[in-house]
Design a binder for this molecule. Structure first.
Ligand code: SF4
Length: 199
């Protein structure tokens, strides 16, 4: 076996470009860190969402009600058929606002509007032990820890204590599917079950 070839990483990279530069050197890079997907260097919009978590909580609640109201429409068109366009919209809207990774099991309302899938370790139940003294991530030193942000965001929210609820591990089979539609279909099924019970 030959000697490993070391590539000069060049001047230090900032933001999400750092993992790509690190990967080029042959150094270990966590598999969840995709140089392609982690392209954004600025966290401005993500931090805006956390700062405005109370407004977004209110907005999401009404948005979910509107989606549920439209359940007969989704049902008539077929949930499977509307999945592709709705997923497209969800990916782009939430991608812009939260750097959403389309895990398919959105927990934003329980995490102060800070998406936990942006954690390089993809932790869903709080920070690791590596948060820096300035509140940044140990893997990406210039990125604010998503869990520090989650806690800050949750303190502004009416139902912010939902952050204390233990989240299930990510079901990978739901990746790239629409959380909006799944939550709506589940809420509609629950509503129908309750109506049947009362009848
Ligand atoms: S929790 Fe999942 S669906 Fe919600 S914003 Fe993050 S990656 Fe997207």
């Amino acid at each position: 076996m030959g000697e490993p070839v070391l590539v000069d990483p060049g001047p230090p990279k900032k933001g999400n470009a750092a993992p790509a530069a690190k990967a080029k050197t042959g150094a270990f890079t966590p598999s969840g860190v995709s140089p392609n997907r982690r392209a954004r260097r600025s966290y401005t919009i993500r931090l805006w969402a956390v700062k405005n978590s109370r407004f977004l909580e209110w907005f999401y609640r009404n948005f979910a009600s509107a989606f549920l109201f439209l359940h007969p429409v989704w049902k008539k068109l077929g949930y499977n058929r509307v999945e592709t366009p709705v997923t497209f919209v969800e990916r782009n809207v939430k991608g812009l606002l939260f750097d959403c990774r389309m895990c398919g099991q959105c927990v934003l309302s329980s995490t102060g509007m800070s998406c936990p899938m942006n954690c390089p370790k993809q932790l869903r139940n709080g920070p690791c032990g590596g948060v820096r003294a300035n509140g940044n991530c140990e893997v990406e030193p210039d990125m604010p820890c998503v869990w520090v942000q989650a806690w800050n965001g949750s303190r502004n929210m009416v139902a912010g204590d939902a952050i204390l609820k233990v989240q299930k591990p990510v079901n990978q089979s739901l990746r790239e599917t629409s959380s909006w539609l799944r939550v709506t279909a589940e809420a509609a099924a629950e509503r129908e079950k309750n109506t049947a019970k009362e009848a």
